[in-house]
Design a protein around this ligand. Structure first.
Ligand SMILES: CC(C)(COP(=O)(O)OP(=O)(O)OC[C@H]1O[C@@H](n2cnc3c(N)ncnc32)[C@H](O)[C@@H]1OP(=O)(O)O)[C@@H](O)C(=O)NCCC(=O)NCCS
Length: 150
């Protein structure tokens, strides 16, 4: 039986995270413009970064931001980035990572978790909707703001 588990991002796993493969056409969805812009002004200590291991091998990465002081609601408790290695996509790794993040958010008494995504053929919209996120608005860049009540 294969085992999925979560581990803090570390010097030992960062290379594997950077080597995770994507399927053709997915590159453009990895970092919505709003996140790229916000990253420059977001303090490092608000990041929650975990790798997903399948039988000890890194197959996914999830990065969230918990910053209750943020002036923008969509950055206070936000799923910032998630990606699963091309070969492991569609096997429940992404769901496992998001469910772990939801548990973390609940432990922090967060009431609403948000995520931004871009619409498009190879994009993650179907995944986020399947997991229960609902579109609640749009950013100035046209990204969907999705949210899930906890
Ligand atoms: C989006 C992504 C993280 C999903 O991870 P994954 O491991 O393939 O997803 P899972 O296998 O856990 O799927 C969970 C559920 O969502 C569904 N799902 C996944 N992708 C879907 C899609 N594109 N459309 C509709 N449903 C989808 C699955 O069928 C599954 O449903 P089930 O649990 O009810 O059977 C992965 O495709 C990825 O890394 N994409 C490229 C990077 C990216 O776009 N990241 C988002 C940036 S914000």
């Amino acid at each position: 039986m294969s085992e999925l588990r979560l581990e803090e991002l570390s010097a030992a796993t960062i290379v594997a995270v950077n080597s995770l493969g994507l399927k053709p056409g997915q590159e453009q969805f990895i970092t919505p413009v709003s996140y790229a812009a916000a990253a420059a002004v977001t303090p490092a200590h608000t990041a929650w970064q975990r790798v997903v291991l399948l039988d000890g091998r890194v197959v996914g990465f999830v990065h969230a931001n918990f910053d209750p002081e943020s002036t923008q609601e969509e950055f206070r408790a936000a799923l910032w980035r998630i990606n699963v290695d091309a070969e492991s996509q569609g096997t429940g790794v992404g769901r496992f990572a998001v469910e772990a993040l939801i548990e973390e958010a609940r432990n922090r008494d967060v009431e609403r978790l948000t995520v931004l995504w871009e619409r498009g053929e190879e994009g993650p919209e179907g995944f986020f909707l399947r997991l229960g996120f609902e579109p609640i608005g749009e950013t100035p860049y046209g990204e969907v703001i999705g949210a899930i009540a906890l």
